[in-house]
Design a protein around this ligand. Structure first.
Ligand code: ADP
Ligand code: 5GP
Length: 185
């Protein structure tokens, strides 16, 4: 039996990474797909752990070689999911999570309709902005660029299978766990 693919998306700063980290600690059999990106690493981020940090040239070559299941440009950088890793992992019967933005989520859903898509919603735009700033990982220009995506992302959330409002973290994590338990292979 093949594994189940889960797609998690949501606005920058909503808490996707936080929820996923906690979920993966509790569910060690589930794998996380490490994306390739052209953005610079944040302090503490490691190549091959958080992302594969690659150059634009390398990214373009990977597109030409059809190495990506999906890819997108987000806020001035490229991000993509390696097809081979996804296929191998699912073929082994392992459940896999992609944490990607909404354009990529659409591409994956079109190619793999059995994938379960979950959108993490902020309790309010004010709270989202507060979290994004409170993280202290982006400069003001980058924060503004990311906030500009919010309207488009909220519109795209309508196409997702599930929506979780990340107001209380524990509650959001429980909802995520319940969806996983219901839909896992
Ligand atoms: P994302 O991965 O979606 O960009 P992060 O997981 O980095 O977002 O979270 C952004 C910030 O918001 C972090 O500082 C995190 O600790 C905080 N955060 C996440 N969930 C909550 C929550 N439910 N309530 C308050 N703060 C939260
Ligand atoms: P960040 O720079 O904050 O790590 O990520 C920015 C956005 O890119 C987030 O919405 C994140 O989910 C998304 N992202 C990360 N990896 C991928 C990927 O492989 N493909 C796509 N389409 N988006 C990704």
């Amino acid at each position: 039996m093949t594994g189940r693919l889960f797609i998690i998306a949501g606005c920058s700063g909503v808490g996707k990474g936080t929820i996923l980290k906690m979920f993966l600690e509790k569910n060690p059999d589930v794998k996380f797909s490490i994306s390739a990106t052209t953005r610079n690493p944040r302090e503490g981020e490691k190549d091959g752990v958080n992302y594969f940090f690659i150059s634009e040239d390398e990214f373009q070559k990977a597109i030409e070689n059809k190495e990506f299941l999906e890819w997108a440009e987000f806020s001035g950088n490229f991000y993509g999911t390696k097809k081979s890793f996804v296929e191998k992992t699912l073929a082994k019967g392992i459940d896999l999570i992609l944490e990607i933005e909404v354009q990529g989520a659409k591409q994956v859903k079109e190619k793999m309709p059995d994938a379960v898509s979950i959108f993490i919603m902020p309790p309010s735009i004010e709270e989202l902005e507060k979290r994004l700033r409170g993280r202290h990982t982006e400069d003001e220009a980058t924060i503004q660029k990311r906030l500009k995506q919010v309207e488009r992302e909220l519109e795209a959330s309508k196409t997702f299978d599930y929506i979780i409002v990340n107001d209380n973290l524990e509650k959001a994590l429980t909802q995520f766990q319940n969806i996983y338990d219901e839909r896992k292979e």
